[in-house]
Design a protein around this ligand. Structure first.
Ligand code: CA
Length: 228
């Protein structure tokens, strides 16, 4: 049972989602513009946001940025895009969306994504409680609870994806992670995204970590490994 804010300007789709999410036991509210969404977000304090990328006033990616800005609590976002909005989708994932669905989608698929994202969120909290909130390797320190990464005591800004990628490496030191494993464990989806995506994100993550990024070693033809 979660509080879900649906941001969707197509009235029929908004009502359909609201109906089904409620039927699935969630408390649901719908906002039809970006401006309304920001206001509802603050008042409703949702546990999860379903965000349409094409809104009549502000773009969905801008809404995501505004929601994330200056927030300590990290609320998961599922992006909803129309087919062909490839760049927006990638931008969305980089802005910290936790998952995305492409229109037209089945309600069943969407409900499944919602459950997965909520479960992942719950696992993260449980993990932090049992294992302690902090993982580290060399100069790198990752705080699961505060969603914070520091290198040599200095905070660095990672996207949600880069954070999950680094967390995965820190939890599996010395073990080779194939691109396929990373795709399924970090991205949680297999459709449309290629293994090249993994390489691109590893490259960016290494750049952000600076010289400390050398702990992530390339295993040629196989994948990557955290050396400790
Ligand atoms: Ca729309």
């Amino acid at each position: 049972m979660a509080r879900i804010l649906v941001i969707e300007d197509e009235q029929d789709l908004g009502s359909l989602l609201e109906y089904n999410l409620k039927a699935d036991g969630h408390q649901t509210e719908v906002a039809r513009t970006g401006a309304a969404a920001i206001a509802r977000y603050r008042a409703f304090k949702p546990d999860l946001v379903l965000l349409d990328l094409m809104l009549p006033d502000i773009s969905g990616s801008e809404v995501a940025r505004l929601i994330r800005e200056g927030e300590s609590r990290r609320v998961p976002i599922i992006m909803v895009t129309a087919r062909g909005e490839e760049t927006d989708r990638v931008k969305g994932l980089e802005l910290g969306a936790d998952d995305y669905v492409v229109k037209p989608f089945s309600v069943k698929e969407l409900l499944l994504r919602v459950r997965n994202v909520l479960r992942r969120q719950g696992d993260g909290a449980a993990e932090a409680a049992t294992q302690g909130a902090v993982s580290s390797s060399g100069e790198i320190m990752l705080d699961r609870e505060r969603h914070e990464v520091k290198v040599g005591g200095r905070a660095i800004v990672l996207t949600a994806l880069e954070f999950r990628l680094l967390k995965t490496f820190l939890e599996r030191p010395g073990r080779v992670q194939t691109r396929e494993t990373l795709l399924s464990d970090v991205w949680g989806i297999d459709a449309e995204i290629t293994t090249r995506t993994v390489d691109t994100h590893i490259k960016r993550l290494r750049e952000k970590l600076g010289s400390a990024g050398n702990v992530i070693e390339t295993i040629r033809g196989v994948g990557y490994k955290l050396v400790s």
